[in-house]
Design a protein around this ligand. Structure first.
Ligand code: SF4
Ligand code: SF4
Length: 471
C-alpha cells in the first residue's frame, strides 16, 4: 500500500498498540460553528419540548411500542396505519441514500443527536469547566490534587444529571409525558420496573458522552459505516483543497511577504489547527475518511488561519472530490438539482399521506351469503355490516351514515346515532333500500358517508346487489 495511504490502516483514535488515544479537540470558533450552535439550540428545544406539547389532547410525538400507540405531529396512529410506517421507512431509506450521495454527511455534522449532544452540550460543559484543549491535556496529566478532583467531579456530576434528564425525555417519548409525570409524582419505588431501565439508560448515555464519545460515529453507527458505499467523487463533503494546499512544492510554514503561488508552495502553512479542532482526531488533509463527521470545525479553523496570513479562505471547504480535482467552484449541478427534486417529492408524498389519513377507519361489507330482498313497496334491500375505528384520542359522538352515491335509505338495526370511545371500535348492521329505477346492474357500486356531529369523517365504498332484469 502507498505509504501516504497508511493512515487508512487504522482509525484516528487508536494508537499503534490499539489503545484508545484520547481526543482533545480545540474549541471551534467561526461562522459555521455559530450557525451549528443556532441549529443545535432549535433541535435541542424541539427534542426536549416535543413529548410535552399536546395537540387536541394528543402528545406531539409518541412512540409507545409496548402499547402500540404512536403520535406523529399530534396525529395518533394505530396498528391499522402500519402501511404508512412501511411507506415512511421505504421513503426514509431512499431519502438517506440519495441525500448522502448528493450531500455527504451533512446530517452527521448538523442534525445527528449524537453530534448535537456531544459537541453542543457535553463538550461545551467540558470547555467551561476544564478549559480549552491545552488546559484539558495538562489537567489529565496532573496528579489528583484538589483542583483536579473539583473540576473532574463537577463535570462528571453535571454529565450524570444531564444523562438522567435525557433518559427521562426519551422515556416521555416511549410511555408519554403524562405517564412520566405520574411516575415522578408516585415516586420511583412504585414503578421499579420502569425506574431500573431508566437508570440503565442514564448509565448508557453517561458512558457514551463521558467516555465512548466519537467512537459511536467511528465504530458503532451503521450510517457512518454506509458512507464508503454511498459517497462518490461528486458527493459534497468537507474537503481539503490539496491542489491549492500543496501545489508543486508541498506545504511549508508561513513566511512573511512570500508569494507562495509564484514559488509553487502550497497555501497550507502546516499549522495543524485543522487537526487540533477535529473531534474525531483525524487530519482532513489526508482526504475523505470514514471518521469525518463533516462537523465543519476544520473549515472554521483553517478559514481563521487563512485570514490571519492574508490568503483566501476556503482551503478546507464544502466541495466534491471532482470540484477539487477540476479546480471548479461548488455548483448546484443538474445531478444535485435532480436528487433534491426527488427528495422534495418524497417528503411531499409522505406529508400528503399523513394529511389525507382520516381520523376514522370505516369498513362497510355486504353480509356474506345474502343477495337482496324486494320489499313490499318494490324497493330493493341489501344487508351490510359495518366496522368503525376511532383513531383519535377523543370521543366521537352523533355518528351516523348517509348514502352518497344514489338516492336511497339507510336503516340501522340498532340506534341511528351512536358514539365511539377514543381509540375504540364500533361494529353493527344496517340495511340499505334503493328504488330499483336507480339501479343499472345486478352489482352496483355505492358510497356510504360517515358523519359525526354533521361533519363528514370518512367514506366507504361497497356493492349493492339487485336483480339482473334491471340491467
Ligand atoms: S488549518 Fe489550514 S493551513 Fe493549517 S494545517 Fe490545516 S489546512 Fe493547513
Ligand atoms: S475532519 Fe473536519 S469536518 Fe471532519 S470531523 Fe474532523 S473537524 Fe469535523
Amino acid at each position: 500500500m502507498d505509504n501516504q495511504e497508511k493512515f487508512r490502516d487504522s482509525i484516528g483514535t487508536l494508537d499503534e498498540e490499539g489503545k484508545r488515544s484520547w481526543v482533545y479537540p480545540k474549541k471551534p470558533i467561526g461562522v459555521f460553528y455559530k450557525y451549528r450552535k443556532y441549529v443545535s439550540y432549535f433541535l435541542l428545544l424541539f427534542l426536549f419540548a416535543a413529548p410535552f406539547i399536546k395537540i387536541n389532547g394528543n402528545q406531539f410525538l409518541l412512540f409507545n411500542i409496548l402499547e402500540r400507540k404512536f403520535n406523529i405531529f399530534g396525529f395518533p396512529f394505530w396498528p391499522q396505519d402500519f402501511y404508512l410506517f412501511v411507506i415512511a421507512m421505504l421513503i426514509g431509506v431512499v431519502f438517506i441514500a440519495l441525500f448522502t450521495v448528493a450531500f455527504g454527511r451533512i446530517f452527521c455534522g448538523w442534525i445527528c443527536p449524537q453530534t448535537i449532544f456531544m459537541e453542543m452540550v457535553f463538550r461545551r460543559i467540558e470547555y467551561a469547566i476544564e478549559g480549552d484543549r491545552g488546559k484539558q491535556i495538562r489537567l489529565d496529566k496532573a496528579p489528583w490534587n484538589k483542583d483536579k478532583i473539583l473540576k473532574k467531579g463537577t463535570k462528571w456530576i453535571i454529565f450524570a444529571i444531564i444523562s438522567f434528564l435525557i433518559a427521562n425525555v426519551f422515556l416521555a417519548y416511549l410511555i408519554s409525558s403524562d405517564e412520566l409525570f405520574k411516575y415522578i409524582t408516585n415516586g420511583p419505588s412504585s414503578h421499579l420496573g420502569t425506574f431500573i431501565p431508566l437508570l440503565i439508560f442514564t448509565g448508557v448515555f453517561y458512558f457514551i458522552f463521558a467516555w465512548f464519545r466519537e467512537q459511536v460515529c467511528i465504530i458503532a453507527c451503521p450510517y457512518g459505516r454506509l458512507q464508503g458505499a454511498l459517497l462518490d467523487k461528486k458527493s459534497i463533503v468537507v474537503a481539503y483543497d490539496h491542489k491549492r494546499g500543496e501545489r508543486e512544492e508541498g506545504r511549508q510554514r508561513f513566511r512573511k511577504n512570500q508569494d507562495r503561488a509564484a514559488e509553487g508552495v502550497g497555501d497550507c502553512i502546516d499549522c495543524s489547527q485543522c487537526v487540533h479542532v477535529c473531534p474525531t482526531g483525524i487530519d482532513i488533509r489526508n482526504g475523505t475518511q470514514l471518521e469525518c463527521v463533516n462537523c465543519t470545525a476544520c473549515i472554521d479553523a483553517c478559514d481563521s488561519i487563512m485570514e490571519s496570513v492574508d490568503l483566501p479562505k476556503g482551503l478546507i471547504r464544502y466541495a466534491s472530490e471532482e470540484n477539487i480535482e477540476k479546480k471548479s467552484k461548488f455548483k448546484f449541478t443538474p445531478r444535485l438539482k435532480g436528487y433534491t427534486a426527488v427528495l422534495v417529492i418524497l417528503t411531499g408524498l409522505l406529508v400528503g399521506l399523513l394529511l389525507i389519513r382520516s381520523d376514522v377507519e370505516a369498513k362497510v361489507l355486504r353480509l356474506p351469503g345474502q343477495l337482496y330482498e324486494q320489499k313490499e313497496n318494490g324497493n330493493i334491500s341489501n344487508v351490510f355490516t359495518y366496522k368503525l375505528l376511532n383513531k383519535t384520542n377523543t370521543l366521537m359522538d352523533s355518528i351516523h351514515f348517509k348514502l352518497a352515491s344514489m338516492p336511497g335509505e339507510i336503516k340501522m338495526v340498532k340506534k341511528e346515532y351512536f358514539t365511539i370511545e377514543k381509540g375504540g371500535m364500533q361494529k353493527g348492521t344496517f340495511f340499505i333500500e334503493i328504488d330499483p329505477s336507480h339501479l343499472n346492474d345486478s352489482k352496483n357500486k355505492i358510497e356510504v358517508e360517515v358523519y359525526s356531529k354533521g361533519r363528514i369523517i370518512d367514506r366507504a365504498t361497497t356493492n349493492f346487489m339487485g336483480p339482473r332484469t334491471f340491467r
